[in-house]
Design a protein around this ligand. Structure first.
Ligand code: BDP
Length: 687
């Protein structure tokens, strides 16, 4: 009996340690090693490179298919990082014009193996990525904190670098390469001048050395005032020769340390950051000065269009107003980086009109992978549908171009196309602080690679690789993921509402927020404009005229309350509470039903996940369940807060067939979240 008990204990311990291995750290790369049987080799005439060595190693370790795999770099193979995979009777070949392309081909083969979509004999596929630069932007600070980061501290251990190289850097590079990401901005757009100090640059160079073999180029965010703040010059006027010389010398110093350095990301004259306007110059003057310094080395400038001044009557109009007059004035190695919507990564925004408007400037979309405005690392919100809505949106430029098409064109000799996402990565064991949030990192890479991929396919691939291919898990959880964005929008900000978050941390609802002395455009009332007449921001031709920044027919479509898509109704219109919407219900009733449906569906997510217990390791299942339960509670918090608050203006009752609020408005108003970034540990502090 005792022996039996011992055996049982041993078995239980083994199981436990196996379960413990499922801490999410392996991301979607949970392939099992083969038994050493894979025959992988470089093709005739293809010499070894560090990148090809990785491709060979990955396949040698994990490929379980029949026959040999031949990797070949051929000048006539697909270029721009593309590849062709072909299956013949004796095996598979991976061909590309570059080692990077071969590496992407190798990861594609492994993905097919993991998702059960292997090539059959005689079949070949060629893939060419949608964008040249497929870029992650880290908002990581030199002190190890991460702006809007919800997965722990920065993965970059600046204090240990360059002497110590954390093994996480290579794991990070590998994960990125496996989904096609080839560019990384290491630091926050709110950049510290010290980032360009010789000391920091040596650290940057050590990271770049780890990323390089994986085909990833390193970029830095720079502070436009660096010549003054770091270089000791009297100013940073881009027209001053000494400023230009300072940048040229700094750029040369960087390229000595990082020969394949990618370039600079710049947030200028935005939210207090210095910029060319401080010296009476334009964004183009500033961007071009940096572009000229980078051009001899092959670098590019990513110049952000995220600008708004407190004095503007409509923040949504500003990027267009500042940048459109400069269309065509940027050097061809400048890309204007535009957030997906005209305001700021809100739960749902129409696409930024700049995508359709700028015809002679290389423009790139910027998405937010980190969920600053979507429940941070607690709520599950799969973002591929949000990004697809932007990329697939028709801008009507020149008769017809989607956002994806408009941004994938290359306009000049040195132009490159690009797409960026603000990373959700930190030093958390599972990288993103929530196992399902890994799906957003994954989806971002996959969409940069192919904007035509469907969100459902991406979710499917992710779940099969990251959890299990068991359909009893994949089908319901994929459905949950595909619903999750719409559900979150419904319980947070439906029908075009936006920016009614709690001040500062942006986690919970605070439509009443009014911080004395603060900028009006940082207050929710600026956006929701609730009064006894109605709700929403009038951006029609009678209002702020933001609709006129879109090409026809959109301008008319959005501008007319009767044709405006209802998901953007309160974005573009101030709508009477009694306005009858397409389903025959008033605006107020629609708000009540939509908030409630969102909250009920969020509760359904928790129930669904509870039922997934047999298919997920205990650790990830329990951790996610806590988050789903918190999300469900938050959804009711959002619903109650917004309905109770808006009811004061609507002066109508919540329809009798809907549940009464669980909270009282006064209690919710008194409740203060005193933390900056939520983690699972804070979950119980919420109402
Ligand atoms: C806002 C964030 C802020 C960022 C800013 C930006 O709240 O932390 O610095 O965007 O993108 O959404 O520059």
């Amino acid at each position: 009996m005792d022996a039996m008990r011992c055996l049982f204990m041993l078995w239980a311990l083994c199981c436990l340690s196996l379960l413990r291995a499922e801490d999410g750290s392996r991301l979607w790369l949970r392939m099992e090693r083969n038994a050493g049987e894979a025959d992988v080799r470089l093709g005739h005439g293809t010499g070894r490179t560090p990148t090809l060595d990785i491709a060979v190693r990955e396949l040698a370790d994990y490929w379980r298919g029949d026959g040999r795999v031949v990797l070949q770099v051929l000048p006539e193979g697909p270029d721009r990082d593309g590849f062709t995979l072909s299956r013949r009777s004796d095996g598979v070949s991976v061909v590309s014009a570059s080692p990077q392309g071969v590496l992407y081909g190798a990861y594609a083969l492994l993905r097919m193996q993991q998702t059960g979509t292997d090539l059959h004999e005689g079949q070949s596929v060629t893939e060419i990525p949608s964008y040249d630069l497929r870029m992650l932007d880290h908002w990581d600070n030199p002190d190890g904190t991460v702006e809007r980061g919800y997965a722990g501290r920065s993965i970059w251990r600046w204090d240990e670098l360059p002497e110590q190289i954390s093994p996480r850097y290579e794991a990070y590079a590998r994960a990125n390469a496996s989904i096609g990401i080839n560019a990384v901005v290491l630091n926050n757009v709110n950049a510290k001048p010290a980032m360009l100090s010789p000391d920091m640059l040596r650290k940057v160079s050590a990271i770049a050395d780890v990323l390089r073999p994986y085909g990833i180029r390193t970029f830095l965010s720079v502070n436009f005032g660096s010549p003054k703040a770091l270089g000791g010059l009297p100013g940073a006027d881009p027209m001053e020769p000494e400023v230009q010389e300072w940048w040229a010398a700094k750029v040369a110093e960087i390229y000595r340390l990082v020969p394949d350095f990618g370039g600079f990301l710049v947030k200028a004259n935005s939210e207090g950051q210095p910029g060319p306007q401080d010296y009476g110059r334009t964004h183009a003057d500033g961007a071009n000065m940096l572009a000229d310094a980078l051009a001899p080395h092959g670098g590019v400038v990513l110049w952000r269009a995220f600008v708004y001044a407190a004095s503007s009557p409509d923040r949504a109009c500003q990027a267009y107003e500042e940048f459109m007059p400069l269309d065509g004035k940027f050097r061809d190695n400048v890309i204007v980086q535009v957030k997906n919507g005209p305001i700021d990564f809100q739960p749902r925004e129409p696409f930024s009109p700049l995508f359709g408007a700028m015809k002679s400037t290389q423009v790139m979309p910027e998405f937010q992978i980190t969920q600053e405005y979507l429940g941070q690392s607690i709520h599950t919100v799969f973002l591929a549908p949000q990004w697809k809505a932007c990329l697939d949106a028709e801008t009507y430029q020149d008769g017809g171009l989607t956002v994806a098409e408009a941004t994938q064109r290359r306009l000049g000799r040195r132009s490159v196309s690009a797409m960026a996402g603000v990373s959700n990565i930190g030093d958390a064991e599972d990288w993103t602080g929530n196992s399902l949030a890994q799906a957003n990192w994954y989806a971002f890479g996959r969409l940069c690679w192919d904007t035509g991929l469907e969100a459902s396919r991406i979710a499917d691939e992710f779940l099969k690789q990251t959890f299990t291919a068991d359909e009893r898990f994949v089908l319901p959880v994929r459905q949950l993921m595909l619903r999750s964005w719409d559900v979150a929008v419904s319980y947070m900000m439906p029908l075009g509402l936006h920016h009614i978050f709690a001040f500062g941390h942006h986690y919970g609802p605070e439509p009443w927020c009014d911080v004395p002395g603060s900028r009006p455009d940082w207050m929710p009332a600026y956006y929701h404009r609730a009064d006894t007449a109605g709700l929403g921001f009038d951006r029609s031709a009678r209002g702020s005229k933001a609709v006129m920044q879109y090409h026809e027919p959109l301008s008319t479509l959005y501008g007319d309350i009767r044709t405006c898509p209802e998901e953007y109704l309160l974005w573009f219109h101030h709508v009477p509470w009694g306005y009858v919407m397409r389903n025959g219900l008033t605006l107020w009733d629609n708000l009540c039903y939509t908030y409630t449906r969102g909250a009920e569906e969020a509760r359904g997510f928790a129930d669904l996940w509870r039922g997934m217990r047999p298919y997920v390791d205990a650790e990830r299942h329990a951790d996610m369940l806590r988050r789903f339960e918190r999300q469900a509670k938050d959804a009711w918090w959002w619903r109650d807060a917004c309905l109770l608050y808006f009811r004061q203006y609507a002066r109508r009752d919540i329809p009798a067939d809907l549940p009464s609020p669980e909270h009282r408005l006064d209690d919710l108003k008194r409740f203060r979240l005193d933390i900056d970034n939520y983690t699972a540990a804070d979950m119980d502090k919420l109402p």
